[in-house]
Design a protein. Sequence first.
Length: 239
Amino acid sequence: MIYFELEHLFPPISVHDYLIDCYRRREMYEEDTWTEVAKYLDGKSLIMLAATCKWFHHVIMVESVWKYACLRDLDVPDPGKVGCKWIQLYATAFVNDLVCALADLQLVHCPVCDLNTCDGTMQTLDARHIELFLSEGYQDGSWDYELLGTHEVKKRAEGATAAIFDIKHLQDRTTQMVLDFKSWKGKENDWQPKSIVARHAVAINTNLQLNEGLQVKYHGMKAGSNGELVAIRISQQLL
């Protein structure tokens, strides 16, 4: 009686069905494994892997893979829903060796000179809409930064600190962490730039040696003459 009930609950299957089931389980396991492996590859390596065969193309072209790669290489938190494919965002941000300012908040080309070498007298913080690179106005150069204001600190500055945040999320815990500069900035004799990024805020700080002050400039980029603000830049130059 007991044998009959077990047989009823677990009916026997054919060898053919068993092999198919094993193959499907193996395929699912391999796909999950390669999806995890793909998270450690850069965009060029992902494309090369996807071109090897249809199976890899299916695995690599999953949106989650490119979302992970995009957020990882841009070093930004998850913005939630976006209006385009993540592979498009990645390609636009990094194709032709384009260096995105968000990938390294400190190392951007100085907007006030074209010198091949730099004495490190300027710090620039850029915050851009994640889909800005796909916008036609940005690509054709019709959208550009406009000077919003300037400010001078005419005395010794202990550090160059800048922050950009969404006022609507000022009281968010993550935003408050960003604005708590003492908790993440470098120690007194640490001259390397430090930065912190949250979903609705970003900040940077560099401890300064002896100086005569700072000149701070605020720039903004709009989506057309009457469009929304899509990028903000804060530059700090030693006097």
